[in-house]
Design a protein around this ligand. Structure first.
Ligand code: CU
Length: 172
């Protein structure tokens, strides 16, 4: 009988597999920790995760540039009092900026949302909670905007997009 491919191939022993597995898990954990510390991209099932949050009616944590394709964007509401926020992910036509969304919302209130092409939203995020959405974005210019009108402590005020809750970013 002649030599067959694979006859004398190295086979990992169970002990080795255990060690390799622990190394892989340790690397994955180290990677996650790093991402969270910087407030940047982590990874869930191979998809990039962008962690936006809102405090004092300002978005933070969302990069100004992300890669095209599928990604997960989360929104954490970090206000000190009870209030509902959201983000609607709107495509900006050429030459327009997030300021144009704010200006439109000043004129039309929450109806301004209908003047822009929506790629989806993460809605009804109450104080202390985090919601996630999966978005599939082609290259272009976009903005997150909040069209909620609630005030901390109750009642209604101006649409949040008009008082700072817009965040522009590009997808490349
Ligand atoms: Cu809001």
């Amino acid at each position: 009988m002649g030599w067959q491919p694979g006859d004398d191939g190295w086979r990992p022993r169970p002990g080795w597999l255990g060690v390799l597995w622990i190394a892989v898990v340790a690397l994955a954990l180290a990677g996650c920790g790093k991402g969270q510390a910087k407030g940047q991209e982590a990874s869930t099932a191979g998809l990039p995760v962008y962690k936006a949050s809102v405090q004092k009616f300002k978005y933070s944590g969302m990069p100004t540039s992300i890669k095209s394709g599928e990604s997960i964007i989360t929104l954490t509401n970090r206000e000190s009092g009870e209030i509902t926020h959201e983000f609607v992910l709107l495509a900006l036509p050429s030459g327009k900026s997030a300021n144009d969304i704010a200006a439109d919302a000043k004129k039309k209130g929450d109806k301004a949302e209908e003047d822009f092409l929506s790629f989806g939203e993460v809605a009804d995020v109450n104080t202390g909670s985090t919601h996630a959405g999966v978005f599939s974005l082609p290259p272009g210019t976009y903005a997150l905007a909040c069209f909620e009108k609630g005030k901390i402590g109750g009642g209604e005020g101006p649409v949040h997009a008009t008082i700072g809750m817009v965040h522009q970013f590009t997808v490349t």
